[in-house]
Design a protein around this ligand. Structure first.
Ligand code: NAD
Length: 411
């Protein structure tokens, strides 16, 4: 199977086949502006020192400072980080926000580390990379397995090294350390706003059944937010497997159960399912909210949802996109569907720079207005070009990037 970066480049070419762009512009976007690989020495609790590999890919600064999350995962490598950094570049452009795209990561299974080891690893990543980070240079955020606490350690380490105590070099921090109201739920809330803006056009009924793969920050919040909005959550999962109940799951009860046990399996009143079964469940809306390459040419035929909302990055391969499009199942693409996270990260950055604190209501109102406008634009563009929403979103992003790169000082 191609790696995620090869898939991201293929998506770029597929969009450019619908609406041609200058080849020199595309060539510029096919590679990151800057990449850093670091070897992080971490003093372990047993007195030894272990080395970890870390990355930061600064893909494009054409539209503003680099911005993007940091992932901790045993499978994270430079190609995954490159793909995520390219998607961030396109996401910020499609959201119309003045930020570029970046991503970072560390190849590590954080579950194997103690809290102290995790803190030393996180501070070590910053110590090696701080010269290329900063509120006006590159602003990291959370992603898979990185928490508000980790963002606080990183912001604190950055402050110690540079004297910049604004907190604006990192987003996704805890509220008491300069975080924004609504940041934790922002990606899922943004997904709801995007879905609501598209629902009628996609011919999905008003009160729908939803299956969600992944129950972390994004999937867990999506479950609660979609349930509170009146939808029926029929299936949930994490890396170990999932549960289903066609009559609906109470997401608060599922979360309580998850906190006290290590597996969702055995949840009272639900049947155990695998992640593969979850993707093939009959439901109105399927939300992949875990990792890349989940819906592929091998299982796209089995999808029985009426629409797919990509809250994860890169969950659908280009081959699967074609199968779903051919079957009339719309895919609401990641670079639009999960843009709520980076938009509220931008709000946090703005609040830190201005020493302000906005209410949750202000944050979500601004988020909804912005996403409703940009979602409408993507739908119109896809319809006008007779293409899918992913290509429509890519084309809008590419046009905005081309415009930014054609300004005299950027050449
Ligand atoms: P997280 O670490 O909080 O949660 C990840 C979840 O996925 C966990 O529940 C984990 O058990 C589950 N999981 C892992 N492997 C799985 C598998 N093979 N099958 C099913 N479930 C699996 O991470 P997150 O922040 O919720 O990120 C999830 C996705 O959303 C990622 O693709 C990430 O890039 C994307 N995303 C995150 C943000 C954000 O703000 N955190 C913003 C935009 C996009």
């Amino acid at each position: 199977m191609p790696n995620p970066f090869q898939y991201a480049l293929l998506q770029l070419s597929r969009a450019a086949a619908v609406r041609p762009f200058r080849e020199d512009f595309l060539a510029r976007l096919r590679q990151p502006e800057r990449e850093a690989r670091v070897s992080i020495p971490v003093p372990m609790d047993d007195g030894t020192v272990r080395m970890f590999e870390g990355y930061r890919v600064q893909y494009s600064s054409a539209r503003g400072p680099y911005k993007g999350g940091i992932r901790y995962h045993p499978d994270t490598d430079i190609d995954e980080v490159r793909a995520l950094a390219l998607w961030m570049t396109l996401k910020c452009a499609v959201a119309g926000i003045p930020l570029g795209g970046a991503k970072g990561g560390i190849t590590v299974d954080p579950k194997e580390l103690s809290r102290g080891e995790l803190e030393r690893l996180s501070r070590g990543w910053v110590r090696l990379l701080y010269p290329v980070l900063g509120p006006h240079t590159d602003i990291p955020a959370p992603d898979v397995n990185t928490t508000p606490e980790i963002m606080h350690w990183m912001a604190d380490e950055y402050g110690k090294l540079t004297g910049d105590r604004s907190g604006a070099a990192f987003t996704g921090k805890p509220l008491e350390h300069g975080g924004s109201e609504g940041r934790a739920a922002a990606t899922a809330m943004g997904g709801l706003y995007v879905f609501q803006a598209l629902r009628e056009a996609l011919h999905v009924p008003e009160r729908v059944t939803v299956a969600i793969q992944g129950m972390g920050n994004v999937g867990g919040n999506a479950a609660k937010i979609f349930e509170r909005a009146g939808y029926t959550i029929v299936a949930l999962s994490d890396s170990k497997g999932g549960i289903a109940n066609e009559r609906g799951l109470n997401t608060d009860d599922v979360e309580k159960c998850k906190q006290t046990r290590c597996s969702l399996h055995g949840f009272p009143g639900a049947r155990d399912i695998s992640n593969e079964e979850l993707l093939a469940l009959p439901c109105d809306l399927l939300i992949p909210a875990a990792l890349e390459n989940q819906i592929t040419e091998n299982n796209a035929d089995a999808v029985r949802a009426k629409a797919v909302l990509e809250l994860a990055n890169g969950p659908t391969t280009p081959e699967a996109d074609d199968i779903l499009f051919g079957r009339g199942i719309p895919v609401i693409p990641d670079i639009l569907a999960n843009a709520g996270g980076v938009i509220v990260s931008m709000f946090e950055w703005e609040q830190n720079l201005k020493a302000e604190h906005w209410s949750e209501q202000q944050v979500f109102e601004k988020l909804k207005t912005l996403l409703a406008r940009e979602t409408e634009g993507v739908l119109e563009r896809a319809r006008a070009l007779g293409t899918d929403l992913r290509r429509g979103a890519f084309i809008i992003a590419l046009e905005r990037l081309e415009d930014a790169l054609s300004r005299p000082l950027q050449n």
